[in-house]
Design a protein around this ligand. Structure first.
Ligand SMILES: [Zn+2]
Length: 285
């Protein structure tokens, strides 16, 4: 478990699944093994998974303790969820809640659950199965969603286009319980955390900026999936709703954050890092 401290705010990552569910060339259809290999020099060893001989990737949650609030950012895949098309995600029986407890978090203590976007690997632990019913995992939390994101996925769910059914089992129960807080994509959560729009991967995708006396960090959700996209921002993922827009958003993001010292916490990167401009181009270090 990784814990960082930035200006009085602690950041702890709980990893639910420590390995990629998709090879890089499948995840980033415009990439090729040869093009990725040109970056091996800086990707290895920190961002490389020797076991798969591919870029490292993981799924999990960030626990953010600001001076006022206990906040979770994104909630992984979840347990017991029917996800037939992906064996790694299907009816999991993982140790996520025990791992949260090991990090000192009991579900009832969580003040906010902040969701960057409503994909299946980001909303799963919003709910858990109790006596055959999906109930909010965090009973006292407000779940913060960008309204534009919710509008899109509500419509997708209603027309039967929610591929995994994650809106039905992981978002609708939150809305029904009255725990959803629909906000605009620039919403301020508290004095330290605020949403920033970063659409493209999904229509209402939002990043979360942490501002502290010791500098900024950005939870960038799925604005980038694989570390190599820092150097190749034109490569969008096969899961991007609007690949062209995602590439524009990504390029703007990496250019804007290069050499600023802003800590980048991308949902699936194996570790945090900084975007730096080097002789050969933009890199993640
Ligand atoms: Zn994701």
């Amino acid at each position: 478990m990784t814990t960082l401290t930035l200006g009085g705010v602690s950041l702890t990552r709980v990893i639910e699944i420590g390995r990629s569910s998709f090879p890089t060339t499948s995840m980033l259809p415009e990439s090729t093994p040869e093009a990725v290999a040109r970056h091996h020099g800086w990707l290895k060893p920190h961002f490389w998974d020797e076991a798969t001989d591919d870029l490292g990737s993981c799924i999990g949650t960030w626990i953010v303790r600001t001076p006022e609030h206990l906040v979770l950012i994104d909630t992984g895949v979840g347990n017991d969820k029917p996800r037939e098309s992906n064996p790694i995600w299907h009816r999991r029986a993982g140790t996520f809640l025990d791992d949260l407890a090991a990090a000192g978090v009991r579900p009832e203590q969580v003040d906010y659950v902040v969701i960057t976007h409503m994909h299946v690997d980001h909303v799963g632990w919003n709910t858990r199965l109790v006596n055959g019913v999906w109930v909010p995992t965090f009973p006292n939390a407000r779940y913060v969603f960008a309204g534009e994101e919710w509008d899109f996925w509500k419509h997708e769910s209603e027309r039967g286009a929610d591929e995994y059914g994650c809106i039905d089992d992981s978002v609708l129960p939150i809305v029904a319980a009255g725990q959803a807080q629909l906000v605009d994509a620039t919403h301020r959560i508290d004095d330290w955390l605020k949403f920033e729009p970063s659409a493209g991967h999904t229509p209402g995708h939002a990043s979360v900026r942490l501002t502290t006396s010791a500098g900024d960090a950005v939870f960038s959700g799925d604005l980038m999936h694989r570390v190599v996209q820092v150097a190749e921002p034109q490569w969008s993922s096969r899961f991007c709703y609007d690949g062209k827009q995602a590439a524009v958003t990504r390029r703007e993001f990496v250019e804007r954050h290069a050499d600023t010292g802003t800590l980048i916490l991308a949902a699936h990167f194996p570790r945090p890092g900084l975007i730096v401009r080097e002789r050969e181009g933009l890199r993640f270090r």
